[in-house]
Design a protein around this ligand. Structure first.
Ligand code: PHE
Ligand code: NA
Length: 452
């Protein structure tokens, strides 16, 4: 059977950008920058982007395009035993798919609540108490299924299922072409409004105030590289699958640059958005930014709702924020599920419809464990391990195999340079072989060491 193909280059880039732009851009990047030297963090961040992010993206696009297959197939073609790395990546993707969708489900609930600030005056008590019902949880059990979480959760699965079931062109590409422009418009409008609020400028000063002394701290550099790998969805089997649907004549290098630049640009925009809100909130409460700043679920489901209570036009800005969160999340979720589905299709020869139905059905069932009272604790645990150990570990193994064990870079370089408008030279191989491998070794070792 002929492999499916993207209908247009824009369609491919929007799908790849949709995967890259996710919760990580909205709630991880702003906090990372604030914590790790503010404006000065942008230096390691851009260095990481240029020396690891772009080279890695070019490599994954090139591998997927050349080998025409999902992760297990790509690695099996390098050498049969390494197929197992492909399945390891698919496994990571499958696990992430099962909890990432839960956060999208919360976002959907909050979209509904935000119309009339249904979380009330105490957003913290509402989220952990009334919404998650964490209090009813005993350490020895997960507690019971929370139907008010199950419903939006399944709704999110339906959207993903629709996209993956209808295929690369009909579903994923078509949805991406709507979702990503809409996402940008929403975030730009939201940012323009909050930027002019009193205190917003202070928020931006807090975030971007450069602390150059941080540049000599290795932890800051490791944070920057970690953020780049996470934010670009590389090493997850995702970009391999997406690029395997590229037509024969595709500008790999240019596509990779565009995807990375758009993603990192969006992160900066999200940083401005979040810190304008935090600055305004701090000003309203007459406190410093340290009192209001937070990351992760706390930012999206406690801090932002509290801020929305104080914002002008909360009935409009609230839904816009949560709609953006949901759209950013869904486009990433679609890409993770597609990575799993395409691997199963390649391996078992299943039709897309069958593979999508079985994978989404199983995924939806498994994700129910996160819709219990103990769900958040479990989610935190799994997420920590995935981000800090599994994902970076799999990036490292992939690099070592491609660059050192099978020495595929020269061949790959010839392949991509043959079809790309501008070519990559020895900086590309150098960044992958030495910079990225070295830095990943340090980060993975440190994370493993601090985790045990
Ligand atoms: N790149 C995504 C982000 O920044 C992360 C992600 C993508 C996570 C796909 C899981 C799956 O949020
Ligand atoms: Na991202």
């Amino acid at each position: 059977m002929k492999r499916e193909q993207w209908a247009s280059r824009t369609g491919f880039i929007l799908a790849a950008v949709g995967s890259a732009i996710g919760l990580g851009n909205i709630w991880r990047f702003p906090y990372m920058a604030y914590e790790n030297g503010g404006g000065a963090f942008l230096i390691p961040y851009f260095v990481a982007m240029l020396t690891a992010g772009i080279p890695f993206m070019i490599m994954e696009f090139g591998l997927g395009h050349k080998m025409r297959g999902s992760a297990p197939k790509v690695f099996a073609r390098l050498s049969p035993p390494t197929e197992v790395l492909g399945w390891f990546q698919v496994f990571i993707a499958a696990v992430i798919a099962c909890y990432y969708v839960v956060i999208i489900g919360w976002g959907m609930s909050y979209f509904g609540l935000s119309v009339s600030q249904g979380w009330g005056a105490d957003a913290n008590a509402f989220f952990f108490g009334e919404y998650l019902r964490l209090g009813d949880h005993s350490p020895t059990s997960l507690g019971s299924l929370q139907w008010h979480i199950v419903v939006p959760l399944l709704l999110a699965w339906c959207v993903t299922f629709f996209a993956v079931f209808t295929g690369v062109r009909g579903g994923i590409e078509r949805l991406g072409k709507v979702m990503i422009p809409v996402l940008f418009i929403m975030v730009v409008l939201f940012t323009l409004r909050v930027l002019t609020l009193p205190g917003a400028v202070d928020g931006l000063n807090w975030m971007f105030q450069p602390d150059f002394s941080k540049l000599s701290d290795p932890k800051v550099w490791s944070a920057a590289y970690g953020q780049i790998f996470f934010t670009l969805s590389v090493g997850f089997a995702i970009m391999l699958a997406y690029s395997s649907y590229l037509p024969e004549k595709s500008d790999i290098n240019n596509n990779a640059f565009m995807t990375v630049f758009i993603n990192c640009g969006f992160s900066l925009l999200a940083g401005v958005m979040i810190f304008s809100v935090l600055g305004y909130m701090a000003a309203q409460q007459g406190v410093g930014i340290t009192e209001v700043v937070s990351a992760g679920v706390g930012l999206a489901f406690v801090t932002i709702p509290t801020a929305i209570n104080m914002l002008p036009m909360p009935w409009l800005l609230g839904p816009v924020f949560f709609a953006a969160l949901v759209v950013a999340g869904l486009s990433s979720h679609i890409s993770i599920v597609e990575a799993v589905t395409s691997s199963v299709m390649d391996k078992l020869g299943w039709s897309r419809k069958k593979a999508a139905s079985v994978m989404c059905g199983m995924g939806a069932l498994i994700s129910l464990v996160f819709a219990t009272n103990g769900g958040l604790l479990l989610l935190d645990l799994v997420d920590y391990f995935m981000n800090n150990v599994a994902l970076l570990g799999s990036c490292l193994i992939e690099l070592v195999l491609v660059c050192w064990v099978f020495r595929k870079l020269p061949e790959l370089q010839g392949h991509i340079n043959g079809i790309s408008e501008f070519t990559v030279g020895s900086w590309w191989t150098f960044c992958l072989r030495f910079m990225s491998v070295g830095i990943l070794l340090v980060i993975v070792a440190t994370n493993l060491f601090t985790a045990v």
